[in-house]
Design a protein around this ligand. Structure first.
Ligand code: NAD
Length: 283
């Protein structure tokens, strides 16, 4: 019988622990941690994600500063805002919601974020540290995935892991983190021939391809652990992942669902990183 890796419950327990720490900080008369969130334009998915992150800040007792820039904003305006937030003593973490409108250069904007305020772990400085195995802020989705695997009681050391997808946001950093935890990692992407040759060898499979229901039981090794990162809306309006949950459950020993898996853990990891940014400035 397959076991569920319940990201929602795990995320709630992480949020609760952070809230207790923040309550103590406030009782000491100090200001709470502050996350600044920048949204450029009105992409519907980004608007929902940002609202969700801000709501979580509120639940925890973090301050959240919200900067909504019009889609027509210049690169200079965005850059100046980031520079201002870097200098502010009241701001601990800066989150630039991606994707940006295509006229803007996200690499340039991200790299202006001070590495000590880069709670999303996406600046080239922090991603460089991640490559060297000494990251300051791990990107939130990969960080959440490692926490989920640990919490499920799965040892990563010496296992064969496979990651489908090599984006800068998810696939590549999770492959690096699994490697740091001493897994032997294969990275499958659009140009990989016969991807099942790799996935069927894997004890741990992380799927971040952005293709609805790409993976079913025919991709899996018996008894493997499956983490589904994908989020899509089906024709019926249901949230589904990159993994066909029902079919994959026939072979996997543990599997994360969509919704209620990686999504809530991404937000919980952002909150952990924001608290860390605050603590490193103030203690
Ligand atoms: P992306 O499009 O930037 O990257 C997708 C990667 O998958 C690419 O490297 C591509 O080569 C690879 N790929 C695409 N089709 C493939 C195929 N058929 N076989 C093998 N590899 C293939 O996407 P992303 O930003 O990494 O996100 C991936 C998915 O995860 C999306 O559905 C996204 O919405 C979701 N996501 C979820 C969270 C969360 O918190 N749950 C966070 C980030 C992304």
């Amino acid at each position: 019988m397959v076991e569920l890796i319940d990201g929602k419950t795990l995320a709630e327990s992480i949020i609760q622990k952070i809230k207790e720490k923040v309550d103590k900080i406030i009782n000491l008369g100090k200001r709470p941690p502050c996350l600044a969130v920048i949204l450029v334009g009105d992409d519907p998915a980004s608007t929902v994600y940002v609202a969700h992150k801000r709501k979580k800040c509120e639940t925890i007792g973090f301050k959240s500063e919200f900067f909504a820039l019009p889609a027509t904003s210049s690169q200079e305006k965005l850059n100046n805002l980031i520079k201002k937030l870097n200098e502010s003593d009241e701001v601990d973490g800066i989150l630039l919601q991606l994707p940006l409108p295509k006229e803007l250069n996200s690499d340039k904007a991200l790299d202006l974020i001070h590495p000590k305020k880069d709670v999303d772990g996406l600046t080239s400085f922090n991603q460089g540290l991640l490559c060297q195995g000494r990251s300051a802020f791990e990107p939130c989705t990969p960080k959440g995935i490692i926490t989920m695997i640990h919490s499920a009681g799965v040892a990563i050391d010496s296992k064969k892991a496979c990651v489908i997808g090599r984006s800068r946001l998810v696939g590549l950093p999770i492959a690096l983190l699994l490697n740091q935890h001493n897994a032997t990692v294969s990275l499958v992407h659009r140009h990989t021939k016969n991807p099942k040759d790799y996935t069927k060898e894997a004890d741990i499979l992380v799927v971040a391809a952005g293709v609805p229901h790409l993976v079913d039981d025919t991709w899996l090794k018996e008894g493997c652990v499956v983490i589904d990162v994908g989020i899509h809306k089906s024709k019926e309006g249901k949230l589904i992942g990159d993994v066909n949950f029902e079919k994959a459950s026939k072979k996997a020993s543990k599997i994360s669902p969509v919704p209620g898996g990686v999504g809530p853990m991404t937000v919980a990891s952002l909150m952990e990183n924001t608290l860390k940014a605050y603590e490193e400035r103030y203690f």
